[in-house]
Design a protein around this ligand. Structure first.
Ligand code: HEC
Length: 149
């Protein structure tokens, strides 16, 4: 995977990073497979990065948005692999919708279109919600994978 730690403040490099991301760079190769124990913590990390992405869209920090997406793509590839291994096609399909939303945010970032990027973040959150409604349940001390999912 390419790193773009040098991208800060250099719009051209950042846009290039976004192009890479939108092109689907970010396979889960070399990453550890998620387990039921590491799934929740990974989701919590995802939530924080999505928060960062929203701030970066608000601030028009496009290179930083590229860095956020560069983290989110491989994480959702891991989530996808988790559900694929579980044989839950519905959840795999929902992850696919989430990845599509990430691509759209990446394309909006490349075009530096703030309204479109904001709409993309809203659409992204909608995809989180739909999977949570379908496959997540609340417990006394947090959340877990719905039984049967
Ligand atoms: C494919 C289904 C799916 C998608 C898509 C998904 N989630 Fe989740 N998420 C789950 C499930 C199932 C759980 C419950 C597992 C757990 O918490 O251990 C969960 C739990 C969480 C939690 C609670 C973690 C904890 O255990 O405290 C957060 C936060 C979260 N998701 C954020 C997000 C965000 C933000 C997105 C979208 C950017 C997202 N999720 C997309 C299935 C999904």
């Amino acid at each position: 995977m390419m790193r773009w730690s040098g991208a800060k403040g250099t719009l051209a490099v950042g846009v290039c990073a976004l192009a890479m991301v939108a092109g689907g760079a970010g396979a889960a190769e070399g990453q550890e497979a998620l387990t039921e124990e590491t799934y929740g913590p990974t989701m919590s990390e995802i939530r924080l990065i999505v928060g960062d992405a929203e701030l970066h869209v608000d601030a028009r920090y496009w290179p930083e948005l590229g860095e956020d997406l560069d983290k989110l793509f491989p994480m959702f590839r891991q989530i996808e692999a988790f559900w694929t291994a579980r044989g839950n096609e519905d959840a795999v399909g929902r992850v696919g919708t989430t990845i599509e939303a990430l691509r759209e945010i990446g394309n909006a970032g490349i075009a530096m279109e703030q309204g479109r990027a904001r709409a993309g973040i809203r659409a992204l959150r909608g995809t989180c919600q739909s999977c949570h409604d379908a496959h997540r349940e609340e417990t006394a001390d947090g959340y877990r994978i719905k039984s049967g999912s």
